[in-house]
Ligand binder design. Sequence first.
Ligand code: ARG
Length: 461
Amino acid sequence: MTLWQGRLQGGMAEELAALSVSLHYDRQLADDDIRGSKAHVDGLVRGAILTPAEGEALHAALDQVAQELSDGTFVAVADDEDIHTAVERRVTEIAGDAGAKLHTGRSRNDQVATDLRLWSRRTLAEVASGVAGLQETLFRRAQEAGESYLPGYTHLQRAQPVLLAHHLAAHCWALARDVDRLVATIHRLNVSPLGAGALAGSSLPLDPDATAAALGFAGRFENSLDAVSDRDFVAEALFDIALLGVHLSRIGEEIVLWSTEEFGFCTLDDAFATGSSMLPQKKNADVAELSRGKAGRFIGNLTGLLVTLKGLPLAYNRDLQEDKEPLFDSVEQVLLVLAALRGMFETITWNTDRMKAAADSQDAAAIDLAELLVKRGTPFRQAHAIVGGLVAEAAASGTPFESLVSAHPMLGDEAVALLAPGVAVTNRTTPGGAGPAVVQEQLTRLSERLAEEQRAISTLP
Ligand code: ARG
């Protein structure tokens, strides 16, 4: 039996039912749907639309449905198009006449928007906590890294040495912005659409402010058309996850490179590596690769939803049902990635000798030679040309760079000292830079930022 059997005769075509059904995925909204229905029932009792006894009967029926859904005894029937239909159908079976009053003053349009906001509020907080967990591990590994250093890269060419701690902290700062965005999205979505009805409100004495408060929302919608149409929060959540996914992909790509024999900067724990079904010697960085790979899916989910929304007029259109699968998918998948990456970083071994050997190339100190000339009064552009010329000459002639530096009238011993292993990184002394003194300051600031994040997450609605 459909919810509109008074208007349309003879039931839905099988093909339409197959296209329309969403119960297999929107079951995820069950808890939120039941919570929303209880708040709605209480509102109807307060408005004297239901008697207190009917209200109680509905609460009991909703509790029973929740129980059946959670213990797996809920039996769906053919006409259970979505979770909202299924719950209402079962409540009516249990509570009889009172059940038939559950949907008074409500539409699935405001109901589904309410459910999805409640769902997003809960699960985006889990995502934010997952990010914070990964940051915690990266931060601890950064603290433990001491003064180990490796080449920093631009264009994937060795550029200047940086502390390993600085490198790991860089990822933490990007993730901190992801947490900020998730927290802001949660606060912005925390508005109740319940009471907007199908699109225009109701003639019944509903109190959307009270139902909003009962559901822990910061307030109610201002405009019923906007309330049932607005999926900005889904798009924002998908963007937050897509950009987070891009950051996780960058981390993944790096570990893929670093764990190769060619780089050899790290060794994955066996528990966070995979082998080959054919090649006995292989040890692969699948966690890192999947972290990189999922980003494509997150971007696809965002793009798909934006395209769906783009074609729609006000207010509710059935296209909006397409909001759920991408959202559920992105949230589920990013939680998996965050947990696996965290485990990978908990157990990874840094091969700091390999890092050091790669970073200790004398070329990496080229900028320090140019800056020595600057300190002695040479304009930078000229200094750059002088040192660049020596690098080119060393490469062309096979003469050691150090000898050329030593012999150059404007360079000499003080310059040669800058080429010694480990010196270049200590010269990165400006705030936020890659050298030991300032990285220590940075880690202090980062730990404050992480504590602020924790506060923001723990005070989420
Ligand atoms: N399952 C639908 C959705 O997710 C619920 C709303 C249906 N409303 C309607 N008027 N057909 O969007």
